[in-house]
Design a protein around this ligand. Structure first.
Ligand SMILES: *Cc1c(COP(=O)(O)O)cnc(C)c1O
Length: 361
């Protein structure tokens, strides 16, 4: 029996989405290519340059450099690796807000750096006073998150940049999820807003590319030299990526998605997704739940465990924050019809038919 992939019609917690049709088609065409070996696969290697040029434009980087990684995890690990290799300390530490992604735990473990976790403030953003206290001469990297995984918050990136500079550390921005929505907001998050050295930005999340397509951007291509190793048996002579063989599908589909959608398509999608998040937040608030205000298209609400479990048993793919709130990511496949049906199920579970569910799309 052939196993089918899941449908997206009840997926509310994923940070990935149904790829754009052009991205899906490009992924299929480039499935049998390996940008890890650019001497042998020059066409996909050229496409990767296009991908980095477009990612650079999205992220305000004037001379774009970087590569298409397997995802935000690899980009974050590599950013820590660059910072560690560039620094001269024997006891490197990385300063990151508690809202930072768990991939930094992996980076710290693999790379032997100490992770110093800065608390977040009432607005779920890095506490700057604490960050100032935590950095020292052994700090190699300060991390700011632009679109946190749990609450969709943007850390004060320019201020974190100043703190990093004060100890000659690098500044990394993790925009793995937020990078394709933040250009349409007034947040300060990118290379043109602050002295950002490295960034993670994932085409396979809000960018609507097929998995695997992450992005590592660096302010100066020389930073990639910190990662380069010699590659004796390949036609090319060195490699900066963490993976060796990697899928050209991700590269080609990232380019196809960005060509189809940057900037207008992404802008329109952001407006729709943000409206959906606000609609859902409003519907949940009216039902008496405590809701974390959705600054980006991500809603967290304090729903009882029993209700959460009933929703899951009805097939809704939802997840929880570390603090226990239900978390819903308004990705491009999440439309108003889905959310209306979700809220209707919530009402059935809570037997609370008093608030009519309305849909205006
Ligand atoms: C998803 C995410 C990551 C990890 O990216 P993968 O593509 O899953 O490896 C890192 N940081 C943030 C903020 C994310 O949302």
């Amino acid at each position: 029996m052939q196993v089918e992939p899941q449908a997206f019609d009840r997926v509310l917690s994923s940070m990935c989405t149904d790829p754009h049709p052009a991205a899906r088609e490009a992924a299929e065409r480039f499935l049998a290519t390996n940008p890890g070996d650019p001497g042998t696969y020059p066409n996909v290697a050229a496409l990767e340059d296009d991908a980095i040029a477009m990612l650079g434009e999205i992220a305000g980087l004037s001379e774009p450099a970087g590569y298409v990684a397997s995802g935000g995890t690899e980009a974050n690990i590599q950013a820590v690796r660059i910072a560690r290799n560039r620094a001269e300390t024997d006891a490197p530490n990385v300063v990151m807000p508690e809202s930072g992604h768990f991939s930094f735990q992996k980076a710290a473990d693999v790379l032997g750096v100490d992770l110093r976790i800065v608390p977040t403030d009432d607005a779920h953003r890095a506490d700057l006073e604490a960050a100032r206290r935590f950095v020292d001469e052994d700090t190699v990297l300060v991390v700011g998150v632009a679109g946190t995984t749990e609450y969709g918050r943007v850390d004060p990136v320019p201020e974190l940049g100043e703190i990093a500079r004060s100890v000659d550390a690098m500044l990394h921005v993790d925009a793995a999820w937020g990078g394709f929505v933040l250009p349409f907001t007034d947040h300060e998050w990118n290379f043109s807003h602050a002295p950002v050295d490295t960034m993670a930005i994932d085409p396979h999340k809000m960018g609507q590319a097929a998995v695997p397509a992450g992005g590592l951007l660096v302010r100066d291509s020389e930073l990639l030299d910190e990662l380069a190793v010699d590659t004796p048996y390949l036609e090319s002579t060195s490699q900066a990526t963490l993976t060796g063989t990697r899928s050209g599908a991700g590269v080609a589909s990232a380019v196809a998605a960005m060509e189809a959608l940057w900037p207008e398509g992404y802008r329109e999608q952001h407006v729709v997704s943000q409206n959906n998040a606000e609609w859902l937040a409003d519907a949940l608030e009216k039902r008496g739940y405590e809701v974390v205000d959705p600054k980006l298209p991500l809603v967290a609400a304090d729903v009882p465990v029993s209700t959460f479990d009933s929703l899951r048993s009805r097939g809704w793919r939802i997840s929880r924050t570390a603090a226990g709130e239900m978390r819903i990511v308004c990705m491009p496949h999440v439309n108003r019809r889905m959310l209306t049906s979700f809220v209707a199920d919530l009402d059935r579970i809570e037997c609370r038919a008093s608030v009519p569910v309305t849909s205006d799309d």
